[in-house]
Design a protein around this ligand. Sequence first.
Ligand SMILES: *Cc1c(COP(=O)(O)O)cnc(C)c1O
Length: 400
Amino acid sequence: MDPVYLDNNATTRVDAAVVSAMLPYFTEQFGNASSIHAFGAEVGAGLRTARRQLQALLGAEFDHEIVYTGGGTESDNTAILSALETQGGRNEIVTSTVEHPAILSLCAWLEKTRAAKVHYIGVDARGRLDIDAYRKALGPRTAIASIMWANNETGTIFPVETLAALAHEAGALFHTDAVQAVGKIKIDLSGSEIDMLSLSGHKLHGPKGIGALYVRRGVRLRPLIRGGHQERGRRAGTENAPGIVGLGAAAALAQEHMEDENTRVRDLRDRLEQGLVQRISHAVVTGDIENRLPNTANVAFEYIEGEAILLLLNKAGIAASSGSACTSGSLEPSHVLRAMKVPYTAAHGAIRFSFSRENTEADVDRVLEVMPGIIAQLRQMSPFWDGESKTRTAFTPTYA
Ligand SMILES: *Cc1c(COP(=O)(O)O)cnc(C)c1O
């Protein structure tokens, strides 16, 4: 049987059409875009096409608002570090407790080494930001507010336009880690207040190791990497031409498939989620079911360990995740579910199923077929499980 891949928020398969677009840039079109000769010029043309494709997906008004980077992590680091230098001595950062480690680890390091003050804004049980606390944390010392567009573990979407406007009222810059949002939901940066936005190729069927930082025209950027004049001096180093061309092609495909993502893929996700909750007792959907990515389901199975579920799923040829790849391997439940105050008995058994346009009805059927058996088997061995009569924890499920 074909394996079932439901871990697309960790990474996606590079689309065959993206690979085809990239291949010539390893062979015939291997030139350095900065060179004067024909080899360089050919590559330059490819890079310009890619830039227009990405610009179109983002609704960016100017093509030079896009700076290519080595991925989402580098984009996030560039945005925050730059703001601390360009914002006239302001040394405070406002972010959330549920950001990706690309933001959280950097912030922890800045607190330790640069005397930056970081305000971590909490979320409610559905993972929605505490807007009041966010507003209060902003002030004359805030250099930048950085709030993700959509959460990688639960899919919960944040009101980034509102948050950007509030940051501006305090004279701060606004950055959003949109790595999970780009390609899945409509983004239109024309007329937006967002100053900077991070994205990554491998989360939208493009290659790994390539990403971009959108920087609104007029926003100053202090480069993270210094050297040559590539990217108008904002990110030095010979362009990753195959990667950039691949990212452009992936952006064009994402735009084409956006409708599918928000109809067929969403239906698959909903069918899986509803099927699991119907077939398995003490299973609860976490996240903001009214406002989340169409491809992400996060279901907590109470009284068992997520890692054990994943191992048995893997044996059955099904790939899922217990949250962010960076949390798996540790025995602590995900920082996102802890921030949402999901009780330990449930948070430990949380599984993220993340879909892509490559998934099918058959994939959903397979999971629904094997999951009840896996959960029953593990609960039988769980010291915390004392049968179906066990009363639920005080946790109110977000899904009826
Ligand atoms: C994957 C991910 C990143 C990191 O992107 P890389 O390209 O892997 O460095 C950052 N933020 C979020 C929300 C992600 O899901």
